[in-house]
Write a protein that binds this ligand. Sequence first.
Ligand code: TXE
Length: 478
Amino acid sequence: MDLMNYIGGKFERHSGEKWLDVEEPSTGNVFARAPLSTPADVDSAILAARKAQPKWGGMDGEERARWLDRIADGLESRYEEIASLESKDTGKPISLARTVDAHRSVVNFRFFADEIRRHEGEIFEMADSTNFVSYRPVGVGALITPWNLPLYLLSWKVAPAIGMGNTVVCKPSELTPMTANLLMEVIHEVGLPEGVVNLVHGDGLGAGSSLVSHDDVDLVSFTGGTSTGSKVAEAAAPQFKKLSLELGGKNSSIVLEDCDIESTIKGVVRSGFMNQGQVCLCGSRILVQDGIYDEFMERFIEEVESMTVGDPSDEGTDLGALISAEHLRKVEGYIELAKEEGGTIVTGGYPCLPERLSNGNWIAPTVITGLSVDSRCSTEEIFGPVVSVHRFSKDSEAIGIANNTRYGLAGSVWTGDLERGRRIADSIHTGMVWVNTWLHRDLRAPFGGVKDSGVGREGGKWSLGFFSEATNVCVKHD
Ligand code: TXE
């Protein structure tokens, strides 16, 4: 299957001759090709978005919200197809692709349709004047997304961006282009006005960087790795483009002696290994208090080893394949480094799999102990099914370890004392902390990181604020 770009309401072949193979991570088989778009393709997508913007931005919010609902309906009617495409393209288990990826892609459009209906300007009265605050579209947006949650993250940007009256050019990860293509099919079928949503496939250096640095792009919303984020920020800076960066993380799960061990182990395992550990929020450093350490470790390892690693299309699979051979090598490199840094691999290795999966990117869930809390493996983002466990005695020590990374995205605290949990959570320098849960999301709440984990917040009114320009008109009374 050869994919096409979607520009000005039409599926178009790209202008160059080069293609990118799309591989199935679980087998290594190539099953599609995506265009390696050129700067000329990026130009035409931006031109189409620019042309469509005034009319789209001039519609009222209710009308745009109805379009978001139609897209949600279209996605919902292809729910199972989204799940199986996402599972095939990313290597994640089908059950996860269904409950997380397909589910959230539909919910994102519905949620922002409702938010846009509710969204109003503000009025601030002064003794002699009235201030009328309104939210205008920014213009043309570049939306760049990674491979770990392809449609989930793309829909999380497209819905608020167009809902607030912007038009957009999307650039999905070259590793996982399939569901972005499906979204364009849905957008085409529902008849969204041409040019409102455009898509160029391609790599970061070609399509991605020409999109970000283009003179006619007004805002950039990027989710991906921290080092790419800094290149994106540099490219967007000369024109002061509005910029949102959701980057990597190295998140701690803090397990206190007074926790409920049963639910904590389930929560910590889920947080460490969901999506093969390829979620920026994953808790890959597990800090366990002295008094519970031995019991925790015994039951934790048992739970980790009981996970089924295997064919992503099997309903019973807990962990699938890593995204690419290159990424697998990076993860293996960290495991080797952990040994050099004095760590002990308590469980890990390679899963035993049928012959037809032998060329896939496989590794078993890996638990490392004995690392120093400032070792590279304990402080750098590995982005794979690899966690390190560390022992601590006092709350202040756990807080110190959790804050000892360049990242500041998320974390979790597991305790029977909610006051204590809140106190610790308040001392962790990240954008989000969960107490006795993980990845439990109210879409109205702010989402985003501090330090090297990014700039800005997404979610509810934060997304609507980013994708608009708040404008004040101050009228002096007679
Ligand atoms: O991300 P990249 P990759 C982390 C994780 C992972 C690492 C690399 O640590 O190992 O990032 O993953 C586009 N200008 N996360 O290689 O390279 C690229 O084509 C403009 C964390 O996938 O950051 C893709 O569409 N765009 C993360 C997108 O940027 C550029 C999720 C992300 O690619 C570009 C995924 C450029 N110069 C990986 N270079 C999270 N926080 O959720 C690349 N791109």
